[in-house]
Design a protein around this ligand. Structure first.
Ligand SMILES: [Zn+2]
Length: 73
């Protein structure tokens, strides 16, 4: 398995940009364990530059929930 979980989460979000994705879909797509749950990672990313976490529609499951996306340039 290449890279850290955070790297993989970041790569997935960047691949989906400018669409937003929810934690559950990230967890599902990357087959993360409960301990690695995407929630911790997206919160970490949202605290760094270039990503924003907000209430919105997930591009993958269509649900309106907390999603994260890469900010446009
Ligand atoms: Zn989703």
């Amino acid at each position: 398995m290449r890279g850290t979980v955070l790297d993989r989460v970041r790569a997935l979000i960047e691949r989906l940009a400018p669409d937003a994705v929810c934690d559950d879909c990230i967890t599902d797509r990357l087959s993360l364990t409960i301990r690695q749950h995407a929630n911790h990672k997206t919160r970490e990313l949202a605290g760094s530059a270039g990503f924003e976490r907000q209430l919105g529609a997930c591009a993958l499951c269509g649900a309106a929930k907390k999603v994260i996306r890469k900010k446009g340039r």
